[in-house]
Write a protein of this length. Structure first.
Length: 146
């Protein structure tokens, strides 16, 4: 009788554990971006007009950078077979990394035409901090951002 009760309790605990795991929220890129934009706007002290000018450029920059990151992943997807192939892959990755920096530089200049350079700098630093904290498991802020 005791064994039956223990087995039933264990099964109940496992069922509760499995159902709790199934209820974990899925990652939502849209929510992540919205939270990041709210956080950056607040922490970098962007006005609504500045945010309206900054974030379209910021999103456009990241969209173009994602395309280059995809090319880098494709170039490094498989281990090159010999020194010549390794050299080719390294040169291609170097070229793509330079392209990333050129995209960044172009958009930084556009952003500085739209809003003051100090605000651009602050927004970029806050955004980097936001990503680092999120990768470490999230964080709580006084404004309720997680």
């Amino acid at each position: 009788m005791k064994q039956t009760v223990v087995i039933l309790i264990l099964q109940l605990l496992m069922a509760v554990s499995v159902s709790a795991q199934g209820q974990q929220p899925r990652f939502s890129p849209e929510k992540f971006d919205a939270d990041m934009e709210k956080f950056v706007t607040a922490q970098a002290k962007l006005t609504q007009q500045e945010a309206d000018k900054f974030f379209p450029l910021f999103r456009e920059m990241h969209h173009k950078q994602r395309a280059v990151y995809h090319k880098i992943r494709q170039a490094t997807k498989q281990q090159p077979a010999d020194d010549k192939a390794c050299e080719t892959t390294l040169k291609e990755c170097d070229k793509l990394n330079i392209e990333l920096r050129q995209i960044e530089q172009t958009y930084h200049l556009k952003m500085m035409k739209a809003i003051p350079a100090k605000k651009v700098y602050d927004a970029i630093m806050v955004e980097n901090n936001f990503h680092r904290r999120m990768m470490r498991g999230g964080f709580q802020t006084p404004n309720g951002f997680q």
